[in-house]
Design a protein around this ligand. Structure first.
Ligand code: NAD
Ligand code: THR
Length: 342
């Protein structure tokens, strides 16, 4: 089968590999659409993310959808021909976290495209059937692939307990911020504010239904949120930029008694946050790490048209043009690039 491996930072190579055979509990999927995530681009540029280092040639890509072409002998839930999306993190299913249902916190999770585990920029992937979800007719393969970043947005909104009538500020209008916005609206938020430093992304957020956008290099975030909320602040802030000034600003933008959800990964592990402000204002500050139990919800939200994911896609390139696609993904204005494997 055709694959693309990252063998050195900035260098992809098309490689033929043996087509996998599905194990008893797996399905073999002919991959069709794969989103390019910021973490893929980071591995491409730097060959590592923190302690995860690309030591052997690695297949990137973890936002994927395709068609089942064969099933292992124990699989009864899926059959060849099913159009599916693949949840990329497979946990141990045995540990305390897995048993509590918070399987995203399993320390033995094998996550696609995280060294040493290969991802989905390949013609075929064999994957455990219980982490493969069938797509109804109404959901395209491209949308199916984007269940992954949508899941990050859904999980963040669940962590923030976003509810009916809430005012939510999303900081960062990249794919995660855009899809957190979709998830917040689906959860009942009536007012959604979005901040960024790139005007074109804010225009896109506005087109996609943001009630107010804030260009933080031109406008003071705190003042803009105060003006919109009559000095109260946002009920929930979903921090989806990873930019240190933005993380710091969440404390001023949230209302007293409100909730901050930290999704964006800062370059530095330590970001100064005023703990007295957190205590005095009784703020809930939650981390949000990947997701669990979101794929069924993501597929349903797409099937009934409650959320739109296709609108964040800027371009789709064939597997053979992955180099150019990654370079385009690094441009400031790009929100989401995708790879098609046909
Ligand atoms: N916690 C998780 O499970 C998880 C999962 C996926 C991604 N992430 C992280 O979430 C963040 C967002 O992911 P993404 O793929 O959308 O990244 P992205 O880089 O495409 O988007 C980040 C956006 O933040 C904007 N930004 C930069 N500085 C800002 C500021 N001061 N205020 C507001 N916006 C600012 C950028 O212009 C960009 O549009 C990244 O840090 C990523 O690593 C976390
Ligand atoms: C969750 C996923 O999208 C993220 N890039 C990660 O590797 O954790």
């Amino acid at each position: 089968m055709r694959t693309v491996v990252l063998h050195e930072p900035g260098q992809f190579e098309m490689r033929e590999r043996e087509r996998p055979e599905p194990a008893a509990d797996e399905v073999l999927v002919a991959v069709r659409d794969v989103g390019i995530c910021g973490s893929d681009v980071h591995y491409y540029e730097h060959g590592r993310i923190g302690d995860y280092v690309v030591e052997d040639p690695l297949i990137l890509g973890h936002e994927s959808a395709g068609e089942v072409v064969a099933v292992g002998e124990n699989v009864e839930t899926l059959a060849p021909g099913a159009r599916v999306t693949l949840e990329p993190g497979v946990p141990c299913r045995q540990c305390r976290h897995c048993k509590r249902g918070e399987y995203h916190l399993c320390t033995d999770v094998e996550f696609m495209a995280t060294p040493p585990h290969d991802g989905a920029f390949a013609e075929y992937v064999s994957w455990p059937a219980d982490f493969v979800y069938e797509l109804p007719e109404a959901v395209s393969m491209r949308e199916g692939a984007l269940c992954e970043p949508l899941s990050v947005g859904i999980h963040a909104c669940r962590r923030g307990d976003v509810g009916v009538g809430d005012t939510v500020l999303v900081t960062g209008a990249g794919p995660i911020g855009m899809l957190a916005m979709e998830a917040a609206r689906a959860a009942g938020a009536t007012d959604i504010l979005v901040s960024d430093v790139v005007g074109s992304k804010l225009d896109r957020a506005l087109d996609r239904g943001a009630d107010r956008v804030i260009h933080v290099t031109e406008t003071d975030l705190d003042a803009a949120v105060d003006e919109y909320t009559d000095g109260v602040g946002a009920d929930v802030v979903v921090e989806a930029s990873g930019a240190e000034p933005s993380i710091e600003s969440t404390l001023d933008a949230v209302r007293r008694g409100g909730t901050i959800v930290l999704v964006g990964l800062a370059d530095e592990a330590e970001v100064p946050l005023d703990v007295l402000e957190i205590i005095d204002n009784e703020l809930d500050v939650h981390g949000s790490f990947r997701y669990a139990n979101t794929y069924d919800a993501a597929v349903d939200l797409l099937a009934d048209g409650t959320v739109d994911v296709e609108g964040i896609v800027d371009f789709t390139d064939p597997l053979e043009e992955i180099d150019a696609a990654f370079r385009r993904s690094m441009e400031r204005d790009t929100v989401k690039g995708m790879i098609s494997i046909r």
